[in-house]
Design a protein around this ligand. Structure first.
Ligand code: ATP
Ligand code: MG
Length: 389
């Protein structure tokens, strides 16, 4: 029998009648994410999903790393199945976990018995396997409270499984169960984290990025695509819609008061994201805004930018400090890319004294000087879609 991956379900198990559809979605996500590592059989039993190699050439380590990032799974373990006999279980534990048993100073065995026809109770099985492992690895002490290594034995319908402790996985809900949203992705630290957090709640994302060539460079654009690529192992396939933004910025600069420049620009971002959401049948917008972080992220400023869309605007990092956001950025692997120094469109034409307590009525008035509809239409016509797999 071959080594395989056991994926433990998270909140999915709590979903009552929906549970089956959650499991089906999770399995199809797992199939897609592991496909590049070989052919795997993916099936579920007793709140565990099994990812089992179906050919010799499978890259199990690669698939294991991929499974760890699939939302909906709280823990993963590599396990070796064997016959449901105590001797086979012992032999498997001895050989399969020999390096872990050699390295540890203390251990215990924990058994679970889903197959109630198995002739020993869980406690008897743990004691029997533990006793014999102790003989084979005499340097070990038995510690049932705080062992360095726990050897897990699960006796299930089809086989017994031996594994070391499971490792924590991504948690959250399976992508696709929470609907679809448009995420505004800049080159900064916050928006990749915000995207990750909403994807973790089961939402499939469509990315939108505003680029302002010639004011912003090819490297700035490449940096954003790189961030999106780094999100793919978490979010699954992503499309990044790149919308040209320079004409809008030039028009605002020419026609609107300088202290309102950023605010009006942000309203256009929301309008364009809203237009894309309607096009792609998405039900919400996602941003990386954090309360008070910059002038355009005060409560009044958020009211002004949120005024142009009827869609819910999800701001998952709204109450987080920069350090907390950075910690997540490091965890998901976007931080190093985010701090590359290329200019984003927000950093061209920044006002010297941005308005922090704007009024919606006033801002609407200022926009009378602009052909809002025409600007939005032309920007959307100039959009380009990059598909990341
Ligand atoms: P980030 O670190 O995510 O860039 P920030 O703190 O720099 O955020 P802003 O530049 O004010 O904040 O942007 C606030 C939010 O607006 C971003 O988190 C992002 O969701 C969106 N946004 C900003 N610039 C762009 C852009 N060029 N393209 C797409 N979305 C953007
Ligand atoms: Mg930014």
């Amino acid at each position: 029998m071959h080594e395989m991956i056991l994926c433990k379900l998270g909140e999915v198990v709590l979903k009552g009648l929906n549970r089956r559809s959650f499991e089906m979605k999770l399995m199809s996500n797992l199939r897609r994410r592991t496909a590049r590592f070989g052919r795997f059989r993916v099936y579920s039993k007793q709140s565990t999903i099994y990812v089992e190699p179906a050919e010799e050439t499978c890259d199990l380590a690669g698939a294991y790393a991929a499974c760890k990032r699939v939302f909906g799974i709280i823990a993963v373990a590599r396990a070796l199945p064997c016959a449901k006999e105590k001797e086979a279980i012992l032999d498997t534990a001895k050989t399969y976990l020999s390096s872990a048993l050699t390295a540890a100073r203390s251990f215990k065995v924990e058994s679970k018995r889903a197959d109630k026809t198995f002739p020993m109770s869980s406690i008897q099985l743990s004691q029997w396997v533990g006793g014999h492992l102790h003989e084979a690895f005499p340097h070990l002490t038995v510690d049932v409270h705080h062992p360095e290594l726990t050897v897990y034995v699960e006796v299930r319908e089809e086989a017994a499984y031996v594994h070391a402790p499971a490792e924590p996985a991504a948690g959250g809900l399976p992508i696709g169960m929470g609907g679809r949203a448009v995420s505004l992705l800049s080159g900064g630290i916050d928006s990749p984290v915000a995207s990750y957090m909403i994807a973790k709640r089961g939402v499939e994302l469509e990315m939108i990025h505003f680029a302002s060539p010639p004011y912003t460079s090819e490297q700035a654009r490449e940096k954003v695509l790189q961030l999106a690529r780094e999100l793919v192992p978490w979010c699954g396939r992503l499309n990044v819609t790149i919308v040209p933004f320079a004409e809008i910025q030039e028009e605002i600069r020419r026609n609107c008061p300088e202290d309102h420049f950023t605010l009006i620009m942000r309203r256009f971002m929301m309008r364009l994201a809203d237009a894309l959401a309607r096009d792609l049948n998405c039900r919400a917008l996602v941003t990386g805004e954090s309360l008070g972080q910059v002038a355009s992220q005060t409560m009044d400023a958020l009211a002004v930018s949120g005024d142009v869309t009827d869609l819910p605007v999800l701001r998952p990092v709204i109450g987080m400090d920069k350090e907390e956001i950075v910690r997540i950025a490091r965890h998901i692997g976007t931080f190093e890319t985010s701090i590359l120094p290329y200019e984003d469109c927000c950093t061209v034409f920044t006002p010297r004294h941005p308005k922090t307590r704007p009024h919606v009525e006033e801002v609407r008035e200022m926009e009378q000087a602009l052909d809002v509809e025409g600007l939005v239409r032309r920007a959307m016509e100039g959009r380009e879609v990059v598909k990341l797999r």
